[in-house]
Design a protein around this ligand. Sequence first.
Ligand code: ADP
Ligand code: MG
Length: 257
Amino acid sequence: MKTICIFNQKGGVGKTTTNINLCSGLAMMGYKVLAIDIDPQGNTTSGLGFDKTSLKYSIYDILTSSDVKISDAIIQSQLVDNLYLIPANMDLAGAEVEMIESKDREKILKEKLKEYDTEFDFIFIDCPPSLGILTLNALTACDSVIIPIQCEFYALEGVGQLINTINLVRKSLNKDLEVEGVIMTMYDSRTNLCNEVFKEVKNYFKDKVYNTKIPRNIRLAEAPSFGLPILLYDDKCRGAEAYDKLTKEFIKRQEVK
Ligand code: ADP
Ligand code: MG
């Protein structure tokens, strides 16, 4: 079992899209997957077809009530076999303040996961676009991070800060935290800019960068509004092909490790 966090403190770089489609893709391949949504926007939750307004328990309860267990908050996908979710909604926005008084507040998720007798092949955590206590809980609970980087002019500006954060977490909260991989998203190979950004990212992260690049594809942006992963929304589109290829590349790397 491996716990992976989809992390980049920048918003809109494709974290949630990657989380939804990697989790679904792996589940469709037969792996048992738990997606944890730790973003108050709850986009993984709605993108996987769940109603954010009618949740019994969510990640909020996991983080703020000592008597709510992981098993209480897991819901099963009706669309994809083998896929499970711990959902999130706007309740979570208040969690950071409520957690200020908690002891070891960065470690709550890690401790709860440890208590839970897991039966998953992979757990993926979709981070919010910030470096607050929610993200720290995710980074403390995981074995490794996948970093989506959007192909744009300012792409590398945030990377220094991102690496600083990972190093800080390694020092104090999670010394074995690894970079699992780096994904180029919204990629357009026809533009010089994309090619330049890719070269720089490759220079920095070397073989951590996945060979599969995710193109900008309108179908990927449409699918969440139907609550569907891309493979169920339009399995022939370029976005679906790319995420399918990425899922296979991800698994291949796991086998090498
Ligand atoms: P994050 O979770 O990092 O904030 P999202 O995955 O929510 O990023 O993506 C931001 C927006 O861009 C969303 O509206 C999403 O549907 C869209 N999007 C993500 N990836 C792609 C892509 N490859 N092509 C087109 N639109 C995309
Ligand atoms: Mg998101």
